[in-house]
Design a protein around this ligand. Structure first.
Ligand code: MG
Length: 354
């Protein structure tokens, strides 16, 4: 009898951030590479790890095309790693950059990519301090791949945030982890979803949807710092591959709670919504590169929301739902009335966007 999961070769879905990738990670990577006694270990499958008090993250970037509306692979390489460190509540300190370049790549394009990394580093307040450069024969990959790793550290804002959480409820974690949500917590989304994936897809395929859809790509560490200063935040995550749907399901699974989301509160740009409808894609499953979801104690949710709305990156923020103990899944209260279970995507409907 054939079994869907018994895959013998790697498929695109294995890198798409959904359940197929999660299965690969658990079955092979955790099995052979797990077992450390890190404070936040590989087994947590969180946005980053914590070892000896240092937050550590590694991220490879394979976006196609290398340049897309609103950004490029260089901006992505810095943003992806900075945001994964920042959502743990840490302050990013330094990055590494491993370039794998394809023979034939225009040197002028390479310079544009490195300049874009430099601008994004300046925006985030970090530097690349070490790295590596390799070249592979023409035809091995499409232009270039960049691996960016980074380290981050605790700061006073995280400490104060946790003090504020503890005024309202019990909180045992030292970082903002996927496993820390409890019934009653509110879920804040920092802005519109689907922009990045649709921007990359439309530039790759040459689609035109009337207006040009631009990526939301942005380093969010400075916004996150302001939110931590408000306080009351228990968890944070960037809904990248697999989109909002996958990120909420990871929270539900790791925190062992239900999450109820109101569909009408989820901000989606009109052009993104129309493009998704035309292509038969669910915008909740499309990856974002400049958005965060925030779990916050109910007493501080409004204050966090207002602070977020005063930033450029968070002006469309909304409280989209709350954590519940009534069920153990992610449920969507639909616009037409009634609830439906929001299952995690099998793979991202738009591959190679990060
Ligand atoms: Mg992440």
């Amino acid at each position: 009898m054939e079994h869907v999961e018994r895959v013998e070769r790697i498929t695109m879905a294995h890198g798409a951030g959904g359940t197929v990738m999660s299965e690969l990670v658990k079955r092979y990577i955790l099995k052979h590479l797990g077992g450390s006694n890190a404070e936040v270990p590989l087994e947590a499958l969180d946005d980053a790890a914590v070892v000896n008090g240092i937050v550590l993250k590694s991220d490879s970037h394979v976006v196609k095309p290398l340049f897309f509306p609103g950004g490029d692979i260089g901006k992505l390489a810095v943003t992806g790693t900075v945001n994964d460190i920042a959502v743990l509540g840490a302050e990013p300190c330094a990055l590494t950059s491993g370039f794998i370049l394809e023979e034939g790549l225009l040197v002028a394009d390479f310079e544009k990519i490195v300049q874009s990394m430099s601008e994004t580093c300046r925006e985030a307040g970090v530097y690349v301090v070490t790295g590596d450069t390799k070249v592979v024969e023409k035809g091995s990959l499409e232009g270039c791949v960049i691996n960016t790793s980074g380290i981050g550290r605790r700061n006073q804002a995280l400490e104060r945030n946790i003090v504020e959480v503890k005024k309202h409820r019990r909180f045992d974690a030292r970082w903002l982890l996927d496993s820390s949500l409890r019934p009653g917590d509110k879920i804040v989304l920092s802005g519109t979803v689907g922009d990045h994936g649709l921007a990359v897809l439309s530039s790759r395929e040459g689609y035109s949807f009337g207006s040009q859809i631009t990526s939301d790509i942005a380093p969010l560490n400075k916004v996150i710092l302001r939110l931590l200063e408000v306080g009351g935040i228990v968890a944070m995550k960037d809904p990248t591959r697999g989109g909002l749907s996958n990120a909420l399901n990871e929270w539900s699974e790791k925190s062992k709670v239900g999450i109820l989301v109101e569909e009408e509160k989820i901000p989606i740009r009109e052009d993104v919504r129309a493009a998704c409808e035309m292509l038969g894609i669910d915008p909740l499953e499309v990856g974002n590169e400049g958005k965060i979801i925030i779990g916050v104690v109910p007493q501080m949710a409004e204050e966090v929301l207002v602070t977020l709305k005063h930033t450029r990156e968070g002006k469309n923020a909304q409280i989209i739902g709350e954590v519940t103990d009534q069920f153990k899944a992610v449920a969507l209260q639909t616009i037409v009335g009634g609830k439906r279970v929001l299952t995690p995507p099998i793979g991202d409907p738009v591959p190679r966007i990060c």
